[in-house]
Write a new protein. Structure first.
Length: 366
């Protein structure tokens, strides 16, 4: 059987001054004598022994000359001692952040393997720091909301919990960082959108990788990130750098009409709006839509269904499912998209024709 070894990690590390005091006692040398031999103030020697002053490279060389103990020894002792102090300070800092864990989406973070299943709170805090990319969990709101300009379109009756929303934003960034894209090209992106429009008739296993490829080639990362427990957000559009954009969707509503409208709505933000703004959207329940969001809405609706074509559809008396299916086939798009637009514009009730919509479900590898 093989032998497993573990590094020795003492609970307490003494200062190099403690060792210096022992060596002086062994040699029968006073602090005053050592100071004189080193040509240093006696106060400096006292402060080193009492761990109030660190041993510098110069001091280590002088100790080697006087005591015969290598300078490397003193520097290593000082380094280990300072590391020990830093870890002690870190433990206190981490302990002060344990209560913040209650505000984080811990269940979702564990499920997605961002936080380990350990019950040790200090480890959980360290995992959370790594995930959010901060040095203190108190920074989350400042980093994710204080340092960015956001354009919110959300439900009038619901406000997401910021730590949960920050987690969703952060996961999208982590996924996007792994995606290599060509430099952003608006012409290529427009061409990609026209091609993507016809993918709505395909299964997710076909259209998702195709969207990814077309967007990457145009300088846009596309990611699907499930929503977090208290973060009811449909989509996000933002710039990761000047030549790389991100479209992030949550599949919150799961039906194909919402998915495709969300995608093209976010694409409009990339094509038409400020690179300095992060656009966060929820497509249900909002009664107030500003000009920026209206422009994105119109872009998505018109790209999916040309206005003149849609107008002809609305002229059909006593509109039937067969009419919707035939119309969708003529445009090579999903019937669910047509139903969604008819409902949104008040042509039919929201309870009608929902069986023409396709429902998406998350798979384990998303």
């Amino acid at each position: 059987m093989g032998t497993t070894t573990y590094p020795y990690q003492p609970d307490t590390v003494t200062s190099p001054g403690y060792t210096l005091k022992e060596i002086l006692e062994i040699k029968g040398m006073t602090q005053a004598e050592l100071a004189e031999r080193m040509e240093r103030p006696q106060k400096t020697i006292s402060e080193i022994i009492n761990a109030k002053t660190q041993i510098t490279s110069e001091t280590a060389v002088q100790l080697e000359n006087v005591l015969g103990v290598p300078a490397e020894f003193w520097l290593n002792r000082e380094s280990r001692y300072q590391e020990y102090l830093a870890k002690q300070r870190e433990v206190k800092t981490l302990q002060n952040q344990v209560s913040i864990l209650d505000d984080l989406p811990m269940r979702d973070l564990r499920k997605r393997d961002f936080i380990s299943s350990t019950r040790d709170k200090i480890t959980q805090v360290k995992d959370a720091l790594k995930f959010y990319g901060v040095n203190n969990l108190k920074q989350i709101n400042k980093i994710y909301f204080g340092n960015y300009q956001y354009q919110f379109r959300k439900s009038d009756s619901y406000s997401p919990k910021k730590e949960h929303l920050a987690a969703w934003i952060r996961e999208g960034q982590i996924r996007a960082d792994k995606i290599e894209t060509a430099p952003y090209d608006p012409s290529k992106f427009r061409e990609a959108l026209n091609e993507i429009r016809h993918l709505s008739i395909e299964e997710p296993s076909v259209f998702e990788p195709k969207i990814d490829e077309l967007c990457r080639n145009a300088g846009v990362a596309f990611v699907l990130v499930p929503q977090y427990q208290k973060c009811r957000t449909s989509g996000l559009a933002r710039w990761l750098r000047t030549d790389k954009a991100l479209i992030q969707l949550s599949l919150r509503y799961k039906t194909d009409d919402h998915f495709w409208f969300s995608f093209f709505h976010e694409a409009a933000h990339i094509l038409k709006h400020s690179k300095k703004t992060t656009f966060l959207d929820d497509y249900k329940g909002s009664k107030q839509v500003d000009e920026v969001e209206k422009e994105a809405n119109d872009f998505a609706a018109d790209l999916l269904i040309p206005p003149e074509e849609f107008e002809e559809l609305t002229k059909i008396y006593n509109l039937h499912k067969d009419d919707v299916i035939a119309f969708a086939n003529s445009l090579a798009i999903s019937p669910g998209i047509v139903v969604g637009q008819l409902q949104h514009k008040g042509i039919i009730k929201y309870s009608w024709m929902n069986d023409l919509k396709t429902t998406f479900e998350w798979t384990a590898d998303v």
